[in-house]
Design a protein around this ligand. Structure first.
Ligand SMILES: Nc1ncnc2c1ncn2[C@@H]1O[C@H](COP(=O)(O)OP(=O)(O)OP(=O)(O)O)[C@@H](O)[C@H]1O
Length: 222
């Protein structure tokens, strides 16, 4: 469903040209669990951002569901992201003056069915009791679970998670990864998760290592 052909991302700074992502060709199928790891600045987020249309590659082809997506208009990209993708980042980006419930419902595209979906999703994430609270009344682990609920409210076919555990302690980090994996398994959704640490993505169906802009698939245990 994702097909990248010779994709690269180059930045021209005043002093030098930098290849954030060197020529990358790969295929990802529906429902796969993809872990991407590598050191800071290696190009992991660049890869995730290109697949999710948040960044445009300098060259190459990116196909999603058989269609080339790099040339879509900004509004078509936004529509694609809203309908098909869910995003979880290192920071939760919750809106402080909205309750948990309001934060989760904010991106809901089908307002009519959103309430039923909300009940399902808060139940799944163990947030039932917290719905009327504000983000500043939550722990970091709880906040991240609310951010996950918001990412899942439209039932995404692909979940992109960029360092979702980075601001959490080990227990909460593991919980977050478990919840994301379990949502994707249950719903046959594709999970694409970036982490600096190979431990976080241990056991994932497929793993890619990124070093200095070079992406390579890892087949042995890491
Ligand atoms: N707008 C930009 N202009 C110039 N260089 C950039 C820009 N954005 C990113 N880079 C560079 O591209 C390279 C790859 O960045 P990227 O964010 O993809 O790495 P990363 O592996 O996700 O890093 P981290 O784990 O620290 O988030 C880095 O060297 C970064 O400094």
């Amino acid at each position: 469903m994702f097909e990248l052909k010779d994709v690269a991302l180059l930045y021209e700074t005043r002093k030098q040209a930098l290849a954030a992502l060197k020529s990358t060709t790969l295929k990802i199928d529906w429902g796969e669990e993809i872990g991407i790891y590598g050191p800071s600045g290696s190009g992991k987020s660049s890869l995730l951002f290109i697949m999710s249309t948040l960044k445009e590659p300098s060259r190459g082809e990116v196909k999603y569901d058989g269609k080339e997506i790099t040339a879509l208009t900004p509004s078509a990209k936004a529509e694609l992201r809203r309908k098909e993708f869910g995003f979880v980042f290192q920071e939760h980006f919750l809106i402080n003056h909205l309750t948990v419930r309001e934060n989760v419902l904010l991106p809901a595209s089908d307002k009519k069915n959103a309430r039923k979906r909300l009940e399902e999703i808060v139940g799944f994430l163990g947030l039932g009791e917290l719905q009327k609270r504000f983000p500043f009344e939550l722990s970091l682990g709880q906040s991240q679970r609310v951010a996950i609920a918001r990412a899942l409210i439209n039932n995404p076919r692909v979940v992109f998670a960029d360092e979702p555990t980075a601001s959490l302690d080990r227990d909460n980090g593991q919980k977050v990864v478990k919840l994301l994996r379990s949502y994707c398994k249950k719903n046959s959704a594709t999970l694409i998760m970036v982490s600096h640490s190979p431990e976080i993505i241990e056991g994932f169906g497929r793993r890619f290592k990124v070093e200095n802009g070079q992406v390579s698939e890892v087949t042995a245990n890491v």
